[in-house]
Design a protein around this ligand. Structure first.
Ligand code: 6MZ
Length: 382
């Protein structure tokens, strides 16, 4: 039982039951396909880095402390928060550090395959190019030593940590392993040239863990046509693409995005009837970010979320976190939320998590490995 245990006739204590459900969601292997690196930073790390910058006089710590700790933010405020985070995480060493921690946190939550996305950033004052930024991210991935990391088939074995309560559950051999792949994001504030540079970089790093391209950023900024040449080039080169689509109402853009036939889309909050029909006909998988959509007030509440309709229609969808730092969530918490809001039982949650294998951008070999991981976890969990 948990602190504050409340006895309830027949079904036991609600708090204990919630606690047990969350525990079960943690113990289940999961696949994360929509997570932004700079949105997934631990609050404690952000505060520590901000305090250091404050001591150097670069920022005023007391001004940013409450901004970091705030958890409910409307959509436009979220992008201001990202500007602040980017000031805090500018140099190569910090980029590597946050990457390492983000992977450790997803692994601790029993995420067995993580497609982490991030925007390669050029910053002349830090001698940072888009390429050196991504190299710092790769360095961070390679420095993880609390869990076995598979980055592009290149296996890095560290000292396995068994300190997490869920260790050993997901691959059935008593140790933990996480596949990490990268998506390079194009930010909607960028120029057509910068977008093309990101795609070229992704092509160069295809053998080093980069598996695709994302278009993200403030949906009220930028024009679809600016990014189209770079995205078409990526498609021609065989790079899978996912688009943030319909985070705000923009019928013309939403239609153009669906016509582009991306491999997946993220959010899909503000589609009109015609777009839903098209989306379903094209069977484009949707990355669903419940907490993010609710906290940014893109969707009023879980019970009116399009998850319900898509799930009922058997449309391909994947539960994701978006920004687990900014929105104080975890992938397990997203499953627990889906379970309570839409009445999903353990069997349904497991099937939903397992189905995500079909939509990853990594190779068939990885898909086969993940199928084995889920099969083994299925035996243990049931
Ligand atoms: C659109 C988002 C986002 O790339 O610096 N990002 N873009 N909608 C969202 N919903 C809330 N959440 C995050 O990670 C931070 C960047 O990810 C995008 C924004 O462009 C943000 O600057 P990286 O690692």
């Amino acid at each position: 039982s948990v602190a504050g245990c409340v006895r309830e006739e027949g079904s036991g204590c609600i708090l204990c039951r919630k606690w047990r459900d969350m525990d079960w969601c943690v113990s289940m292997p999961k696949i994360e396909l929509h997570a932004h690196l700079n949105g997934s930073i631990r609050d404690s790390t952000l505060l520590e880095l901000a305090r250091e910058l404050g001591e150097k006089g670069a920022i005023i710590f007391s001004d940013v402390e409450h901004v970091i700790l705030k958890s409910d933010r409307a959509l436009n405020e979220v992008f201001k928060m990202f500007d602040l985070i980017h000031v805090i995480t500018t140099d190569h060493k910090t980029v590597a550090r946050i990457t390492k921690e983000v992977i450790e946190d997803f692994a601790a939550d029993n995420v067995v395959y993580l497609e982490l996305r991030t925007t390669p950033k050029r910053n002349d004052s830090k001698a940072m190019s888009k390429r050196s930024y991504v190299e710092a991210v790769l360095e961070g991935i390679r420095s993880v030593n609390s869990v076995e990391v598979d980055l592009s088939g290149e296996l890095k074995t560290g000292a396995f940590a068994h300190s997490h309560s869920v260790d050993g559950l997901c691959n059935g051999i008593g140790s933990k392993k996480i596949y990490v792949r990268l998506l390079l994001s194009i930010d909607r504030r960028e120029t057509a040239e910068a977008a093309m540079e990101t795609v070229e970089l992704a092509m160069e790093l295809k053998d080093f863990g980069v598996v695709g391209i994302d278009l993200c950023g403030n949906p009220n900024v930028g024009q679809w046509l600016t990014f189209l040449p770079a995205l078409e080039f990526a498609k021609k080169q065989g790079l899978p693409i996912t688009l943030h689509c319909g985070e705000v109402p923009n019928p013309v853009e939403i239609h153009a995005m669906l016509d582009f036939l991306p491999k997946r889309i993220g959010h899909a909050c503000c589609l009109e009837d015609e777009d839903w029909k098209l989306l379903k006909r094209l069977e484009i998988p949707v990355e669903i970010c419940l907490t993010s959509n609710i906290k940014t007030e893109t969707i009023a509440s879980a019970d009116v979320h399009h998850f319900a309709d898509l799930y009922k229609s058997n449309h391909p969808l994947i539960l994701c976190t978006d920004d687990c730092g900014v929105f104080s969530t975890s992938l397990s918490a997203e499953y627990a939320l889906a379970s309570s809001a839409f009445g999903l039982g353990k069997r349904e949650m497991f099937q939903l998590a397992q189905k995500a294998i079909d939509f990853i951008f990594a190779s068939e070999r990885v898909k086969e490995d993940l199928k084995a991981t889920f099969a083994s976890a299925h035996t243990k969990l049931n």
